[in-house]
Each structure stands twice: as structure tokens, then as C-alpha cells.
Design a protein around this ligand. Structure first.
Ligand code: NDP
Length: 309
């Protein structure tokens, strides 16, 4: 089987090595060295140029090289009827969990006021609180949010989660759907956003939703920038309603140099890297899906383009 690889962010040599380990007979082709387009039966892609995937008449499977599928499902030129799968793997969830934990601890353990005090050569004692008094809300309880919520429970936080459907995760209070959103936000001192970007979730954290957070709330966004109304967030940071933030994703990436978000010392900006697909472990899952598509068996981690995730 010939697999086309396209990504501006991931190392094709690393992927090629691990994929061949998992599937020695694989014909691995790295864009733009495609060869005969009729040979290509599967594509492992991250943000492929629009129209590119239409060039392969024998394409049977599209594999999104990552967890978030918003850029692929909104591509109007995507060939119809070809299944789309994504990478959802425990190592990727672990990497995200580490990032979320670091961000939550930064807010919970007052690292922001300590950094400020240090710059002013000021000894600033803030008596530490017990984690059980700190309410953390996790928006999105999928393969990433579920593991992060469990880790926050392990750390002793008061954890709630919000998803489309009810969840029973040990130690996590479950909120769901439209009705669950307002009470969920109202109890989230630290809000961690790990939703996919879909028609339903775009702009979900607008001025009204941010106003429902308790005053002085802290925001961690590792989902997608478009989930948050950036102007409303900037206004909330200026008023202090949102006291601090850790932002890994933005409406426009790279974040433009003139964005006011750069100016807040209480905002930590990281360049969209909270978690990435790890070839060593994810290659096995890609190979398994290639085997399944060839055998006509049900695929793993299938994306529903209508639902958008
Ligand atoms: P999943 O598809 O496994 O989980 C998505 C979760 O969001 C589910 O719990 C789902 O609810 C919930 N959800 C979806 N739509 C709604 C809605 N309308 N209302 C309420 N809840 C909703 O995704 P992952 O956990 O794998 O990934 C989440 C996102 O994280 C990705 O889509 C991507 O955008 C982002 N990401 C960011 C990275 C980074 O480096 N910053 C890296 C990787 C991913 P239900 O369970 O009920 O279906």
C-alpha cells in the first residue's frame, strides 16, 4: 500500500522509520515526491493544501496527523465518501495532561504574582491553599480532557467536566449540554478548555460565557483559539474578571506581534504545542488502520465530519 505523508510540522524521516517498523511492506511517499497519484491509497496529513487530496483517484483513507480535525473537516474540496480517522493515543494524552497540570499549578500556586513580585525585588507571601478548595473545570472530556481531568482529581482538586453527553469519571462532577454550561462555568475558578472546534463550539467562550466565570477566574486554553472570543477575553483580562490565562492556541497563528495579549504579564503564551502526535507510539495505530482499511474492517478513531470531531 502507498501512503502519502504531508506535514509542515512533523518529521517525515521519523514517521517513515516508525511506520516501516510497524508495516515493513509500506510504500511511504513524502509530499511533494508523490510519484504516480494512482498508487496513493492512504494519506497521513496535517493541514494539507486545499484540493490536494482530490488528486488521488484510488484514495481509501485519510488520516489526520493529530487529534484536532477542524482544518480537515472544513475543507470544501475534500473528496467525498473517504473515511477520515485521527490520531488519538495515550502518549499524546499524557503530553497534554502534563501541559494542563503545569498550567493549572501555575495558576493555583500563585506563580503569576510571585513572578511579578520577583521583578520588583519584593518578598510576597501568599499562604498556600489546599487543592480541595480549588475548583477546576475541564471543558471537553474526550481522549485528552478525560486523562487531564483524572490527573487533576489525583492532585486533589475539586474537578468538574463539561461535554455533550453525561460522563461518569471517578471524582469528576459531570455537566453536559446547553443547560449544563452556565452552572459549570459558575463553579470553575480555573477553566481548562479542551474542546474540538466545531460549528457548535466556535466562539462558545464569548463575553456572556466569560462573565459567568467567578470573578478572578483563570483560563487555560489548549483547544483552539476560535473557541474563545479574543476581544472579550482581552476585555475580561483588563477588568480583572479573568485574572490570569495560559494560552496555547489563538484565532490567528502565529499570534500577530500587535496582539494586546502579548502585553499582559499575567498571560503565558505558548506557540500551539501543548501536545503533538508521537510517531513512536502513533505509528502503530496508523499501521493498524491501514491494515483494517485493506481488510475492509471497522477503523479506529473515526471522525464524523457532520459532527465535526
Ligand atoms: P475528543 O473528540 O476525544 O473529545 C472531544 C470532547 O469535547 C468530548 O468530550 C465531547 O463530548 C466534547 N464536545 C464536543 N462538542 C461539544 C459540544 N458542542 N458541547 C459540549 N461538549 C462537546 O477530542 P480530544 O480530546 O482528542 O481533543 C480535543 C481537542 O484538543 C482537539 O479537537 C484539538 O482541537 C485540541 N488539541 C490541541 C492540541 C494542542 O497542542 N494545543 C493538541 C491536540 C489536540 P462527548 O464526549 O459528549 O462527545
Amino acid at each position: 500500500m502507498a501512503l502519502l505523508f504531508y506535514s509542515q510540522f512533523d518529521d517525515p524521516a521519523d514517521w517513515g522509520r516508525h511506520l516501516r517498523d510497524a508495516m515493513p511492506a509500506l510504500d511511504f511517499r513524502v509530499w511533494p515526491e508523490v510519484g504516480d497519484p494512482r498508487d496513493i491509497e492512504a494519506a497521513l496529513v496535517w493541514k494539507a493544501p486545499e484540493g490536494e487530496l482530490r488528486k488521488f483517484p484510488n484514495l481509501k483513507l485519510i488520516i489526520n496527523l493529530g487529534a484536532g480535525v477542524d482544518s480537515i473537516v472544513k475543507d470544501p474540496t475534500l473528496p467525498e465518501g473517504i473515511p477520515i480517522v485521527r490520531i488519538a493515543d495515550a502518549e499524546m494524552s499524557r503530553m497534554m495532561t502534563q501541559f494542563v497540570l503545569a498550567a493549572v499549578l501555575r495558576h493555583y500556586r500563585d506563580f503569576v504574582p510571585f513572578a511579578r513580585a520577583q521583578r520588583e525585588r519584593r518578598w510576597h507571601y501568599i499562604h498556600p491553599r489546599e487543592a480541595a478548595t480549588c475548583s477546576v473545570g475541564v471543558m471537553g472530556l474526550g481522549s485528552l480532557g478525560g486523562m487531564a481531568a483524572a490527573e487533576l482529581v489525583r492532585q486533589g482538586f475539586r474537578v468538574a467536566g463539561w461535554a455533550r453527553s453525561p460522563k461518569s469519571l471517578e471524582g469528576v462532577e459531570s455537566f453536559f449540554g446547553g443547560e449544563g454550561l452556565a452552572p459549570f462555568l459558575a463553579r470553575s475558578e480555573i477553566l481548562v478548555v479542551m474542546l474540538p472546534l466545531t460549528r457548535e463550539t466556535e466562539g462558545i467562550l464569548d463575553a456572556k460565557a466569560l462573565a459567568r466565570l467567578p470573578r478572578g477566574a483563570k483560563l487555560v486554553n489548549v483547544g483552539r483559539g476560535q473557541l474563545v472570543d479574543e476581544d472579550a477575553l482581552i476585555a475580561a483580562l483588563r477588568s480583572g474578571h479573568v485574572a490570569e490565562a495560559t494560552l496555547d492556541v489563538f484565532r490567528t497563528e502565529p499570534l500577530p506581534a500587535d496582539s494586546p495579549l502579548w502585553d499582559f504579564d499575567q498571560v503565558l503564551i505558548t506557540p500551539h504545542l501543548a501536545s503533538v502526535a508521537i510517531p513512536r507510539t502513533a505509528a502503530r495505530q496508523v499501521a493498524e488502520n491501514l491494515r483494517r482499511v485493506a481488510a475492509g474492517e471497522p477503523l479506529l478513531n473515526v471522525v464524523d465530519p457532520q459532527r465535526g470531531y
